[in-house]
Structures are given as C-alpha cells and as structure tokens.
Design a protein around this ligand. Structure first.
Ligand SMILES: Cc1cc2nc3c(=O)[nH]c(=O)nc-3n(C[C@H](O)[C@H](O)[C@H](O)COP(=O)(O)O)c2cc1C
Length: 394
C-alpha cells in the first residue's frame, strides 16, 4: 500500500511514544521508507534505538547534528525528502510551536520548510487538549490545511478520563492513505459565492437576509483540500476558510456579480450558494434618513441582477454551474423550474430552515437525475454536494 512512499515520522515527547513504535512498524510493513525525527523530550521516553531498529534508518534528533560532512541529510533535504509527514504523538508543545512558526528544534524547523501533506496525531492529558491555547493552535493548523486524527476518548495514561488518547496506529495509517493519493480535484479551478448580500439604504441601514455563508465556506475549504484552486466570493459574515482559498469580500449584489463574472471566466466549476438579495434600494442615499413624523415610510426597490443565470450564460462559462434553491415547500418542483429557467447544470434544492442553522440536507437535481442528500450537518452536506459535482464530470 505504501510501496516507495517516503514517510517522515515526527515524534513528540509524550507518554504515547511507546505506541508510535507500533505505528513505525506498520508503516514499514506496508512498504514505506520511514525516517524518524524525535524531539529532545521524546528521547526521554524511548531511546532512538527503538525506532532505528524498527525502520532500519538512523533517527534524527538534533538540528545541528545534521550539519557537516558526516551528515547524510540536512534538515532542508530531510524536509524535501518526505512524501508525507506524520507527527505522533503531536504534543501540546509541538502543536504550539508549529502553529506559531517557532523553529527552535529539528522537527519544528522541518515543519517550516516542508510542503508535504501533514497528519497530526495529538495525544495529551484531556485538560491540555481542551485548553483554549491548544484548541486555538489546532484550529490554526487545520486552517493551514494540516490533517488531524484523534485524539480518542478513554482512560488516559495519567489515570484521568477524557479526550486525549493517541489514535490507534491502524487509524493513523488509514488517515494517511488519502494524503498520498493525487488529490481528486487537482488541476481544477472552482469559484464559489457565499453568504448574504447587503444593500445600502443609507449610510447606516442595509437590506440583507439570514444566510450565514457556512455551507459555501465549507464547500470552498473542502474543494481546496481536495486539490482545486478555489476562489470564494464572500458576502458579509461568511466564516473563515482554510488559507489556500482565495477570498474576495463583497457586500452588494452588484459587487458580487462583478467579482463572480471576473473569477468565473473559464473556471471548471461555479457553485452559487450565496443568498443574493432579490432587490436593492432604487435611490440609496449617503447620509442618514430621518425618522420623520408621518409614522410611515414608503421605499422603492429595484430588482437585482440574477447572478447565477448571468454566470450560466457567460460566453466563457464555467464547465459546470451549480445553483441553490432555498424553498419553503414543493422543493423538488420549484427546484426543477429553477433548473430549467437558469440554464445551470444542477440545482441543490433545500429547505429555508437550513439557512443560518447547522442543518444540512436537500435534493440534488439535474435534467436527468434526482438524488436526496441526507446530511445531518453542513460539513456532510458539503461533502455530498462535492461528490455529486464530481459525478457530473465523469
Ligand atoms: C511523564 C510525562 C508524560 C507526558 N505526557 C505528555 C503527553 O502525553 N502529551 C503532551 O503534550 N505532553 C506530555 N508531557 C509534557 C511534555 O513532555 C512537555 O511539554 C515537553 O516539553 C514536550 O516537548 P516536545 O513538544 O518538544 O516533544 C509529559 C511529560 C511527562 C513528564
């Protein structure tokens, strides 16, 4: 399974080091060439000799030992050598140093050099794991596209119970495999719009809606993780994505349309998740409109451009254009009408109750196909939608 794959196994100083010996053995058994880098603390728990015996390679422990004529590989070469990096156990200390770019030992320095996919397997006391600093550090690492497996919950080495156990070596291996296969969306360019739009009435008031932008942001991150080059045109409040996603913040429907047309030209896929305001104020003003004394205010609205239909009819239109239909009832019937009217390749019909909530799920509709997407949350919904889009390409 891992024939000719070069795995750099970074080992932090936690009690779970002894279980990483089993992981090293498994990787070698699968045909990988494994080189280990141990932190100074890791060597307090298990000697490098254990990993040398298991991998057949000398273990690297000190940055400055790699300098000079006798060194077989410097830290830069070691970082470039790896097809993938696993860090197990990823201690709270290692996570913090990588998250903040602190290059004060061999492992953390390699992490600043390497561009290989990274799998982190944290293990620590449950309080260390739930500490705000560790949570913040792991969130940063995830945002940068690093993969995290575990920790599992159970009785910990310290005798306390909670989340903090190193994932089983077999589970770490299973999480590694997808990182070594060529990304499914490599070479593709995806453009996604997300969130609500905000139409100015005057200098302080806006017309907007309840969309959160969560689904669009999740789709953008997931497509980028799967290898696509992704641009997210993000309405106000759209959540953060992994840093690989190019983000273009916009407010009004007009600004969103302009950004979409520019980004979507020649793209592989366009996904229109944004809840674009159907109307804008006909005569917005720059100051602040006074309350007045009549007890009534009549305003005139003008229809906004239809972004998804405009993108679907561009002359250098994306290969696939996918629209969303948020409906209160007759989801499939209304979705099918929209599919025909907009000239898109597929519609994701979903219930308006999904908007602004964690709920996911809906219907995938193409001219000749219909599938219900049962998803308990928005991440699962995003995964299911990407899966359907990939099937369109086949
Ligand atoms: C007996 C013992 C067990 C420890 N187990 C862990 C652990 O499981 N996870 C962890 O993050 N730190 C653990 N620590 C603390 C780390 O060893 C310590 O933070 C160290 O500085 C980590 O160094 P490193 O991150 O460079 O490997 C343990 C310390 C001791 C003394």
């Amino acid at each position: 399974m891992l024939c000719n794959k070069r795995i750099l196994l970074g080992i932090g100083g936690g009690i779970a080091v002894y279980r990483v010996a089993e992981l090293a053995r498994l990787l070698v058994k699968q045909g990988a060439e494994v080189r280990c880098v141990m932190t100074r603390s890791a060597c307090e728990f298990v000697t490098p000799l254990t990993f040398e015996a298991l991998t057949g390679n000398s273990v690297h422990t000190r940055l400055f030992d790699l300098v000079g004529d006798n060194a077989s590989m410097g830290h830069i070469e070691l970082a470039r050598w790896a097809d993938a990096i696993i860090i197990a156990p990823a201690t709270a200390g290692v996570l913090a140093r990588i998250a903040h770019g602190i290059a004060d030992d061999l492992l953390s320095t390699i992490m600043l050099v390497s561009e290989a996919p990274v799998l982190l397997a944290p293990a620590m006391n449950h309080s260390m794991w739930s500490n705000a600093a560790t949570r913040h550090n792991t969130a940063l690492l995830r945002e940068r596209g690093m993969h995290i497996t575990g920790p599992a919950a159970g009785i910990l080495a310290c005798g306390e119970e909670g989340a903090g156990r190193l994932s089983e070596p077999e589970d770490i291996l299973a999480a590694l495999l997808p990182l070594l296969t060529p990304p499914a969306l490599a070479g593709q360019r995806w453009v996604i719009n997300a969130g609500p739009t905000a139409e100015a009435w005057d200098g302080v008031r806006i017309l907007t809606n309840r969309a959160s932008g969560t689904l669009g942001a999740l789709l953008a991150s997931q497509a980028a993780i799967m290898g696509a080059r992704v641009t997210l045109i993000a309405g106000p409040g759209t959540p953060a994505t992994i840093t690989d996603v190019e983000r273009i913040p916009v407010e009004s429907a007009d600004a969103m349309l302009a950004a979409c047309l520019q980004a979507a030209a020649g793209a592989t896929v366009f996904v229109g998740t944004a809840a674009v305001s159907d109307f804008r104020f006909t005569r917005p003003v720059s100051g602040k409109i006074k309350r007045g004394s009549t007890g009534q205010m009549v305003v005139e609205l003008t229809a906004n451009p239809d972004i998804i239909a405009t993108v679907a009819h561009m002359h250098d239109r994306p290969c696939r254009v996918i629209a969303f239909a948020a409906e209160a009832e007759k989801h499939i019937e209304h979705g099918r009408k929209k599919l025909a009217a907009k000239g898109v390749d597929a519609i994701v019909a979903n219930d308006i109750s999904n908007m602004g909530s964690h709920a996911g799920g809906g219907w995938w509709l193409t001219p000749d196909h219909e599938a219900e997407l049962h998803s308990s949350n928005k991440q699962a919904f995003a995964d299911a939608i990407i899966h359907q889009i990939m099937k369109l390409e086949e």
